[in-house]
Design a binder for this molecule. Structure first.
Ligand SMILES: Cc1cc2nc3c(=O)[nH]c(=O)nc-3n(C[C@H](O)[C@H](O)[C@H](O)COP(=O)(O)OP(=O)(O)OC[C@H]3O[C@@H](n4cnc5c(N)ncnc54)[C@H](O)[C@@H]3O)c2cc1C
Length: 496
């Protein structure tokens, strides 16, 4: 065991939307930071994925095997690298809606109230949009929450095929809106090029160790403080020490790390007196639908349109149904390769050329519905293997959205003869994972306090998608980023 002799202000584990953003903010405030990331720098930028390669390769899966409720093994679709999942994400930067922070009755149960409200997050959403260079246009979507400032950059131009479909949707009395996405000088912004790397380039006090997998957090004898962070780096065990420890491994891996760090004072897992660590895993219900492209397209364009007309329900269904966004060019959509039957099956059989032709004559739509927190949907460990027990709920709301969107496509796209193949994502798509260490005021019903500090361990924080009490139906990354900026302010105060 090698013991690092530096003492850090903050040790951050993970460099995704949460950890990467926090690193930059704390480093700019002059703090001495150690960042431990199990992956390496990746050469592939999220915006330069290699066309049909996506459909054929396992590059976009973590080099790990997890197990589903039936004990079946699978490889999660996750990116372990500097920048985390933002390295392969689509760059959509949406705010949660105001009502997402309130208790909402869904067809299948209650979506719980958040302990903080939209107005508490608003200034951080604004800061996050500036930092990640959100390109968007406010005002087209009736569900949009109030904003203190306009988007920092104008929306990305739509390709003519999407523009044409938008016109048809407007004539059908829907409200297609510009999908906000983060675009920098080198394509989509992510937590590496916007979070970690600028902090290192600026010569701030950041020590980044890659290929550093944190395997345990060790507490002092009272169990109230993390004394040391144990990591495996190239086959060697290291111990690192710091004043504050922030876990930002993503909702599933953060919960797993806490469970793995059980000790005498924390027999059910670190900071788990509530028995909630790993529970209430949500990942949204997601289906993709294909539509014929009015004219062939490149297969490689950004997502630019969303429709929230059914977000809170429909004339004959008074419960939330969800969010619809165009998939952008299918050939660069990582999740796409997992799900639509015609493309994923075809990918295994077809030469790249034919697959490309098929993809270029298609457009896709992502349908996202909120899934509800259920304590039985959980991350657990058995013989050190990671299990995801996840039974989807709120299915009728998602089916309603699917049928409604098929109806819309039939009505607005007569040439397609009503043929719109669709596929629902399998367990290995954990892109929108959240909720495994929810925040709240009561230590009995939450793992984290309002500053995302664990109730049980004084210097331990979790700053990733784990803190969500509900999943909402819009994409989660901007909320993870905004929350990291919010918690950063608190940490800077604590350290000053
Ligand atoms: C294909 C895809 C497309 C997506 N598209 C969008 C989108 O367009 N818009 C949107 O809002 N969201 C999108 N998402 C979701 C978004 O990427 C996540 O919500 C966001 O990245 C979550 O941030 P995080 O900090 O919780 O975790 P992550 O970004 O997953 O980062 C976690 C990091 O921790 C590291 N780590 C884990 N365990 C350890 C350990 N033990 N030791 C050291 N390091 C560790 C990982 O390697 C990783 O780098 C997408 C996700 C995927 C996979």
């Amino acid at each position: 065991m090698i013991i690092d002799d530096r003492y850090y202000d903050v040790i951050i584990v993970g460099t995704g939307a949460g950890g990467g953003t926090l690193t930059r903010k704390l480093a700019e405030a002059g703090k001495k930071i150690l960042v431990l990331e199990q992956g390496e720098f990746t050469e592939k930028e999220s915006s330069e994925l290699v066309e049909v390669e996506i459909f054929k390769k396992e590059d976009y899966h973590a080099p790990e095997t997890w197990y589903d409720s039936a004990g079946e093994p699978f490889k999660p679709q996750m990116s372990y690298c500097v920048g985390g999942n933002t390295k392969i994400y689509s760059g959509v930067l949406l705010r949660l809606r105001e009502r997402d922070f309130e208790e909402v009755q869904h067809q299948d149960g209650i979506s719980p109230e958040w302990p903080l409200k939209y107005q508490d997050f608003e200034p951080y959403y604004t800061e996050a949009e500036k930092l990640y260079r959100a390109c968007g246009k406010a005002g087209d979507d009736p569900t949009e929450p109030p904003r203190s400032e306009d988007y920092p950059f104008p929306p990305v131009d739509r390709i003519p095929q999407i523009e044409e479909i938008g016109d048809r949707l407007s004539k059908y009395e829907l409200h297609p809106a510009y999908l906000p996405i983060g675009i920098g000088d080198e394509g989509r912004t992510d937590a590496e090029d916007t979070g970690v790397s600028p902090a290192i380039r600026a010569g701030l006090d950041v020590t980044l160790k890659t290929s550093a997998k944190v395997v345990a957090l060790h507490t002092n004898p009272s169990g109230r403080e993390v004394k040391a962070v144990e990591a495996q780096i190239k086959g060697q065990s290291y111990l690192f020490m710091g004043h504050i420890v922030v876990v930002a491994c993503g909702a599933i891996n953060s919960a797993a790390l806490l469970l793995r760090s059980a000790n005498e004072k924390h027999p059910q897992g670190l900071a788990n007196s509530s028995d909630l660590v790993g529970r209430n895993l949500m990942k949204q219900l997601m289906t993709v639908i294909l539509q014929r492209s009015p004219q062939p397209n490149s297969g490689l364009f950004q997502r630019t349109m969303y429709v929230n007309d059914f977000y809170w329900g429909d004339k004959d269904f008074p419960y939330p149904m969800g969010h619809v966004q165009d998939s952008g060019g299918i050939l660069q959509d990582v999740i796409f390769s997992e799900s639509p039957p015609i493309l994923s099956v075809a990918a295994k059989l077809m030469p790249g050329f034919s697959l490309k032709q098929l993809a270029k004559s298609s457009l896709g739509w992502w349908l996202q519905t909120e899934d509800l927190p259920d304590p039985n949907n959980r991350v657990s460990l058995s013989e050190n293997k990671l299990h995801l027990n996840y039974t989807p709920n709120n299915l009728e709301a998602h089916d309603r959205l699917l049928y409604r969107w098929q109806e819309v496509l039939k009505a607005t796209d007569k040439e397609s003869l009503g043929i719109h193949p669709y596929g629902t994502v399998p367990i290995q798509v954990v892109a929108h994972q959240c909720g495994t260490c929810r925040f709240g005021e009561d230590p009995k019903s939450s793992v984290l306090d309002l500053n995302c500090r664990t109730h049980d361990v004084d210097n331990l924080y979790i700053v990733d998608s784990s803190f969500f009490p509900s999943s909402a139906a819009v994409s989660p990354a901007l909320t993870v980023i905004a929350n990291a900026l919010r918690v950063a302010e608190h940490l800077i105060e604590q350290l000053n």
